[in-house]
Each structure stands twice: as structure tokens, then as C-alpha cells.
Design a protein around this ligand. Structure first.
Ligand code: SF4
Length: 307
């Protein structure tokens, strides 16, 4: 299968980008595995004609917004993010209309239409910076910051930055419903010397039990540098494959094996091959939406580039 895939990739001049929550079989065939911010950067920089995006719908849309001249394929069109569906462009417009001077900070887990109605995008690795940047701008004292759609990330950013925001009530079912404080305490009982790392999409009771709170990309870099040998990981379990592969001398334990995103896992090797053979499941964004959404993503990338 892998030989067939490599031949196809060459013929199509294709690159395979995969999110860290993907299954091991996808990690193994991807040209690059990373978090949302890293994948956005790769999508913006690649010379390939075709991007096969192994992730969920909004990620493929973001790739298409950044590289409109490339063909972006999502191997399963049903791979969507429930959190991203928790706010629509219509709901956001209505919410904005309730404020005199709204400034919308949109987590990248939103549709292109919602991004087009937002002022700046952020990922979990640069959300605090994005909000601080907005709050440092001129007329900041008269503005109302609206943070969408994740209430857990929003609350975390608000506490960490000390900047008051209005926060939408969305959440990630995988992080919010399955990564529970009692599971963290149980894992700590079995691994008392382990460092607890949690993603900010987890509920606040989990975040407060963690030694460190970080995005998946930062997590991957942090464990390599840390002097700790054991880690309890509070995020989607797909990341464990990469952590173990990249750090053979260290031990990684999930808070719970229940933390699996069913949408991320819809992408399979067979579907990747099928998408490439038939050049099917193209994701594209209408030009008027794309141009507006691009501005909010571009702003995020600019802030990220400043460090
Ligand atoms: S893990 Fe959560 S936020 Fe990520 S794609 Fe799945 S549902 Fe969406």
C-alpha cells in the first residue's frame, strides 16, 4: 500500500499533512504531522499541487484559504469538528450586533464563514498572544472582545492574560466530556512521579490539576526537553503515538483511553489512497468568504511569526 501511495504522491505532486490526533497508520505515511498552527504554516508554504489533509473539515478549509491555487483533499468529507459546528456565521453576526465595538477572536476550530466574520484567528498555542495583541491596540478600552467557540480555552486565556472577554459556550466533546478530574487523580495515583500535561480545551478542573497547560505542538517539543521521564497526557490519545515514537526513553500515559475524537479517526489509509487516485473530496471556499477569512488567519500567522 505504501509503495502505491508514494507513486501516487509523485504523480500528483501531493503532500500529506496530518494532525497529531490521527491514527498511527496516518502518522506513518504523512509528510508532516503537527498541530493546527504548524499545519497552517505548512499549507501556506508548500510547493505541492495537491494537499491531502488528514484532519477535520475546518483544517482542510484553512489550508484551502491559505493556498487557493492548490487542490485540497479531505479523505472523508464526514470528518467534521463538533466544536466548530457550535457557532454559525449567523449566530456570530447576531452576537456581534449586541455590542457597540466587538472584536472577535476565533479559535481556528471554526468554519470559513465564521472566520470571515472574525477579526483574528488563534490556535491553542497562540491564543494568549492574540488576545494580548488585541488588548494592546488602540481604542482597546472601548472594545468588547468576543472569544469563540471554546469556553474552556476562552476561560483559560482570560485567566492567564487577565483580560476580560465575552466567551461563547462551545466545547470539544472529546476533551470536555472524557478527560475528567477524577481520571487525572487516578492516573496520578498509579504514576506519582509523572508530570501532568493538559490541553486548554480540557475543563478548568482538569487544567487546575495539571503541572503544565499547553497545545499539542508545544507538548511535543516540551517532553523532549523536560528532565521528567514520565508524563500523564490530558489530550486526545492520537498524540501518544508521536510522543512515544519521538521519545523512546520516556513513558507516556493517557489520562483516559476514552479521549478519542471519532471524527479525526474517520481518516484511514485506504481513504487517503482513494482520494488521491480519484482526486476526490476537494475542499474549496467561495472567494468572497475566502478573502475575508484569509485576513483573520493572516493576522494570526503574523502575530505567531513575532514569537
Ligand atoms: S478533538 Fe475536539 S476540537 Fe479536535 S477535532 Fe475532535 S472534536 Fe474537534
Amino acid at each position: 500500500m505504501n509503495e502505491k501511495l508514494n507513486k501516487l504522491k509523485k504523480e500528483r505532486n501531493a503532500i500529506i499533512l496530518a494532525h497529531v490526533y490521527q491514527s498511527p497508520e496516518i502518522h506513518d505515511i504523512a509528510d508532516f504531522v503537527g498541530d493546527s498552527l504548524e499545519l497552517s504554516r505548512k499549507a501556506a508554504q508548500t510547493d505541492a499541487d495537491v494537499i491531502v489533509f488528514c484532519g477535520v473539515h475546518f483544517m482542510a478549509e484553512t489550508a484551502s484559504i491559505l493556498s487557493p491555487d492548490k487542490k485540497v483533499l479531505l479523505p472523508d468529507l464526514n470528518a467534521g469538528c463538533p466544536m466548530a459546528y457550535m457557532i454559525t456565521a449567523k449566530q456570530l453576526k447576531e452576537w456581534k450586533s449586541q455590542y457597540k465595538n466587538p472584536v472577535v477572536v476565533a479559535y481556528v476550530n471554526t468554519s470559513a464563514a465564521v472566520k470571515a466574520e472574525s477579526d483574528i484567528c488563534c490556535t491553542s498555542s497562540n491564543a494568549i498572544n492574540a488576545v494580548k495583541n488585541i488588548a494592546a491596540g488602540k481604542n482597546a478600552k472601548d472594545m468588547d472582545i468576543l472569544f469563540i467557540p471554546d469556553r474552556n480555552l476562552g476561560n483559560y486565556v482570560q485567566t492567564a492574560s487577565g483580560i476580560k472577554m465575552n466567551i461563547w459556550t462551545g466545547f470539544c466533546p472529546t476533551h470536555h466530556n472524557f478527560i475528567l478530574p477524577e481520571y487525572v487523580l487516578e492516573a496520578k495515583k498509579y504514576h506519582p512521579n509523572a508530570e501532568i500535561l493538559a490541553h486548554p480545551e480540557c475543563r478548568s478542573e482538569v487544567v487546575s490539576l495539571a503541572d503544565r497547560v499547553m497545545s499539542t505542538g508545544v507538548m511535543c517539543r516540551y517532553v523532549a526537553k523536560s528532565s521528567a521521564k514520565d508524563f500523564i497526557i490530558g489530550t486526545e490519545t492520537g498524540i501518544l503515538y508521536k510522543l512515544r515514537k519521538d521519545n523512546p526513553g520516556k513513558n507516556f500515559y493517557p489520562v483516559t483511553t476514552l479521549a478519542q475524537c471519532p471524527n479525526m479517526k474517520k481518516i484511514t489509509l485506504a481513504k487517503v489512497v482513494d482520494a488521491l487516485i480519484n482526486m476526490k473530496n476537494t475542499i474549496s471556499v467561495p472567494d468572497d468568504v475566502r478573502q475575508k477569512a484569509y485576513l483573520s488567519i493572516h493576522k494570526m500567522l503574523q502575530i505567531a511569526a513575532q514569537g
